[in-house]
Design a protein around this ligand. Structure first.
Ligand SMILES: C[S@@+](CC[C@H](N)C(=O)[O-])C[C@H]1O[C@@H](n2cnc3c(N)ncnc32)[C@H](O)[C@@H]1O
Length: 205
């Protein structure tokens, strides 16, 4: 299942240099604005049960989880040690370039939910990564993928850069459906009228 029926060119990047080198300088910045973050945090507050075991895939120094909720265990995955060390919500974390190695040393059904905020556009082997996420989720556990209209363009895959935000939701839904997720839905959490837009695609394992 290597990128399914999409052509290899769909997953090329303008900058094919080493991703770990690109992410070596820590970026302790907000990648989406306060309104978009508030909308995502509110969604997490309602969708993630207190006490859940969570994986924050493609994380950084923030996970956007609500301060007034506690979770049993939060594992973070990212590309920069300093960013992950600065993230107060993570109980455990690891660094891994998913474009080099899409499988993760995580147990089957380890998580009640997996989150991925504004990172999906960088995945060059999304079908393998999504299948791996599904493996780590309990049955019917949600995978919540969020995205905006901002990215590091030289590192986003070619197909992402050609699509509208609506079609990007279809692309992520395709990643989900082809990887075995069910009840896949897209929701606009922020319409971008007065700030950054934010869309989520959610599918159940
Ligand atoms: C724009 S940041 C988003 C960080 C965080 N999720 C947030 O909401 O602020 C994109 C993230 O994608 C992840 N990423 C980028 N390229 C990657 C790769 N090749 N393999 C694994 N993760 C990658 C890194 O963790 C990076 O911090």
């Amino acid at each position: 299942m290597i990128n399914d029926d999409l052509p290899p060119q769909a997953f090329t990047k303008q900058d094919e240099g080493d991703d770990l080198a690109f992410y070596a300088p820590p970026r302790l910045v907000a990648h989406i604005d306060d309104c978009a973050i508030a909308a995502l945090t509110s969604f997490y507050r309602h969708r993630l049960p207190t006490g859940a075991r969570l994986l924050d895939l493609m994380s950084s120094w923030v996970s956007h989880l609500p301060d007034d909720r506690s979770y049993a265990h939060v594992v973070g995955h990212g590309m920069n040690v300093e960013e992950l060390l600065a993230n107060p919500r993570l109980d455990q974390w690891f660094v891994q370039d998913l474009n080099v190695r899409p499988t993760m040393a995580l147990a089957d059904q380890a998580f009640n939910a997996v989150l991925c905020c504004v990172g999906v556009q960088y995945l060059q082997r999304p079908f393998e990564v999504f299948a791996e996420v599904r493996r780590t989720l309990v049955p019917d556990g949600p995978f919540i993928v969020s995205y905006s209209n901002r990215c590091f363009p030289t590192k986003a895959v070619a197909i992402w850069r050609t699509l509208s935000m609506k079609d990007q939701a279809s692309l992520i839904s395709n990643y989900m459906n082809r990887s075995g997720f069910h009840d896949v839905e897209a929701h606009v959490l922020a319409d971008g009228g007065s700030g950054d837009p934010l869309v989520i695609v959610i599918g159940l394992a």
